[in-house]
Design a protein. Structure first.
Ligand SMILES: [Zn+2]
Length: 405
């Protein structure tokens, strides 16, 4: 019946099932060309292109520049504003960042802010909850439903003339800094025009793209969570939890070339106002996380029956029970059954026998031997009752000695 059919014309393409006749409408062809079609073409071309050592070195160097454009530029400068950059540095980062072929600063930073703001929800543009492949690159290959878009404030980016300029001419940035410039350097430098285009251009940006995409996908699955485990970001993305910190690794020696570059730019007067989260705040997160792990491990161990669940005995009852042959002793107001331990006692059977039927708190805690923490733990697994009033009291002893007289 016609009226029960969903009206597909009113639905966004992402709300319609993928069929043989409409699958191409689901694909974002511009993104797909830049992250799949051109890179695959580059891989094929590499079979027919000899790799010269100078071109290989240039490709690696340009890989680092364009990677820095993303990490120091797109990510820490524009998406998180973790420092301020002078105009020449901004122009450099906008150019090499554009050469990484990952979208304009404006597009990339707005998605990234949404990713932090809406982490692991449907509004997270590359939520890892939708699968590793989705968070890696399928979120760009397939069209997205505008209804699910997590909105963020990018008014600061709209007021940044470099961001606006790069966004407006982004197509040229891809052509010039993604392919033409690396080709020009190799071509004019040592006559390797083709190698420059294939290796320093296309394959190099393929590697930068994949490295960045891995942060969105694999980095949410692998590694430790030393700061907070409520969200999926892991160890190497400290930035995920302290996004306005210009560093990724706090310790200066940990591999973090972006941090080192920003620091060098500061010394050169190109960067300023480097933001750092207070060490105390970062340390708090780390300690709380450690505590959580300790608590989890602790919960798995046998710490003996909780005191509040043990039966309460009077001193009389304790004496009666231990005289009837049960090897019971009282330590710190708690009754312990030594049946299975008498023969294992490292201090020997005689010493432990001397504690049976008595309050051995003093003996246990240094009267004869001050027991280790391990002994205290072991003891707790033998507890069977609690003495009313806490232990043998003086009044008892006096009464018993009166009796003896
Ligand atoms: Zn971030």
């Amino acid at each position: 019946m016609a009226e029960t059919k969903p009206n597909y014309q009113k639905l966004h393409i992402t709300e319609q099932p993928i069929t043989l006749s409409n699958w191409h409408c689901h694909v974002n062809w511009i993104n797909t060309s830049l992250i799949l079609v051109v890179p695959i073409f580059g891989c094929i071309a590499a079979f027919f292109t000899k790799l010269q050592p100078a071109t290989a070195a240039w490709a690696i160097l340009y890989y680092f520049w364009t990677g820095l454009g993303i990490t120091a530029g797109y990510h820490r400068l524009w998406a998180h504003r973790s420092y301020e950059a002078s105009l020449p540095l901004k122009i450099f980062l906008a150019c090499v960042g554009g050469g990484a072929v990952q979208g304009s600063i404006r597009w990339w930073s707005s998605k990234h802010r949404a990713h932090h703001r809406w982490t692991d929800t449907v509004k997270d543009p590359y939520s890892v909850r939708k699968g590793v492949w989705y968070s890696h690159f399928m979120w760009m290959v397939m069209k997205q439903n505008p209804k699910d878009r997590g909105r963020t404030d990018i008014s600061d980016l709209n007021h940044d003339p470099i961001v606006v300029w790069q966004h407006r001419h982004y197509g040229n940035f891809i052509l010039v800094f993604g392919m033409f410039f690396p080709m020009l350097v190799a071509g004019l430098g040592w006559g390797d025009w083709q190698g420059g285009l294939v290796y320093a251009g296309i394959l190099r940006f393929l590697f930068v793209q994949q490295a960045t995409f891995c942060v969105n996908s694999l980095a949410h699955w692998l590694g430790d969570q030393p700061f907070d485990d409520r969200n999926s970001p892991r160890d190497h993305v400290l930035t995920a939890l302290f996004p306005s910190d210009y560093r990724n690794a706090i310790e200066w020696w940990k591999y973090d070339p972006t941090k080192w570059s920003i620091w060098v730019w500061k010394q050169l007067g190109l960067a300023s106002n480097l933001k750092q989260f207070r060490a105390n705040e970062i340390e708090k997160g780390r300690v709380q996380q450690l505590q959580k792990k300790v608590d989890q491990k602790r919960a798995k161990l046998d710490w003996g029956v909780p005191l509040e669940q043990l039966p309460i005995l009077s001193w009389d009852e304790f004496e009666v029970e231990s005289q009837s042959g049960k090897p019971l002793t009282v330590i710190a107001g708690v009754v312990h059954d030594l049946t299975h331990f008498i023969h294992e006692h490292p201090g020997g059977k005689v010493l432990i026998n001397s504690a049976i039927g008595k309050d051995a708190t003093g003996l246990f805690n240094g009267g004869v031997y001050s027991h280790s923490n391990a002994a205290h733990n072991l003891l707790s697994s033998m507890r069977v009752g609690v003495i009313r009033g806490g232990g043998e009291v003086e009044i008892w002893r006096r009464r018993n000695s009166d009796k003896a007289i």
